[in-house]
Design a protein around this ligand. Sequence first.
Ligand SMILES: Cc1ncc(COP(=O)(O)O)c(C=O)c1O
Length: 400
Amino acid sequence: MPFLSDTLARVKPSSTIAMTNKAAELKAQGRDIIGLSAGEPDFDTPANIAEAGRRAIAEGKTRYTAVDGIPELKRAICTKFKRDNDLDYAPSEVSVGTGGKQVLYNALMATLNPGDEVIIPAPYWVSYPDMVLLAGGTPVTVACGIETGYKLTSESLEAAITPNTKWLLFNSPSNPTGAGYSHDELKALTDVLLRHDHVWVMTDDMYEHLAFGDFRFTTPAQVEPGLKDRTLTVNGVSKAYAMTGWRIGYAAGPEPLIRAMAKLQSQSTSNPCSVSQWAAVEALNGPQDFIAPNNAVFQRRRDLVVAGLNAAPGVTCPVPDGAFYVYPDISGCIGKTSAGGTVIADDEAFATALLEEEGVAVVFGAAFGLSPNFRVSYATSDAALEEACARIRRFCEGLR
Ligand SMILES: Cc1ncc(COP(=O)(O)O)c(C=O)c1O
């Protein structure tokens, strides 16, 4: 009898975490490594939010709380949905978990039965298919190439829906591409979903506040109120408020689903960290004025990286709408041999050779379900990004 479960055998560890660990290992050995693989802002948590956490400790708010969030945080989340998205939710329609990741996982665990399908546009956030598999469902990935801006179209959504489809799970602005769906693009998708009333939509709005230029963020329940009663809107404080380590994510949706998610959480982790919940109250209720200057920094870095990568032979890098990632296509590099003698058979070979020969850590596209590409996280200093782009250019110029 095997000791480890069959469920575990169906999934793989996160490639982004694996790449980040590998880069850290090489760095510890004294190598000069530029890490572009981690998906977190390089800013500190704003001072007022950190102070709210310290205050919570000083005031003894250090005990168990309600399983899926303190009432103060649920109210702050309802206010946020009204303010930012014009969505009316009651606290009983809100669930708070240990990061957006747990909230997504809870929702899938609470709803999927064997045979249930979840449509996931690719490239996707690395965890989606594995979470679906852990929950006993079947991920149905739909390739969304550079020609559609890495976005799902109404035609490909329609074609992917079967009687077994339970969810469409998608993310805008996207990790790993930075692509954001406009109001009209979302409307085209919600129009399809309106015709299939057995399909729910789980929208991962984690990068809502990281939106650049003319791009205006919007979310399915806002675009199509007729879908609200089968939409789970997932969000969190990790990215917008530089709070990745605090581990607070949340979702709003129909009450029976929210209750089911809380039931699951009550038998796994119980409440998210009490101190972090108080910090998240301050994040959502407090001043939002640092978001715009942070975005200006990210937009500048985006432009720097897009220009730097497009100057590398064989690399085509579209301009993303948001988040802090770019996802260049490297079709022009495949089949060549690097200066260090590695045959670039696929994007994994590209990323491995780039790390070994030039000390730049990126994540290969296969991890996100669309190749040949790689993902750069540009949440790091301009100097590091300039140096990394120069190294990537040299690496590509060395390909024969
Ligand atoms: C698209 C997407 N969704 C969800 C998450 C999870 O966020 P959290 O750190 O709040 O669990 C991430 C984090 O990288 C992400 O990129």
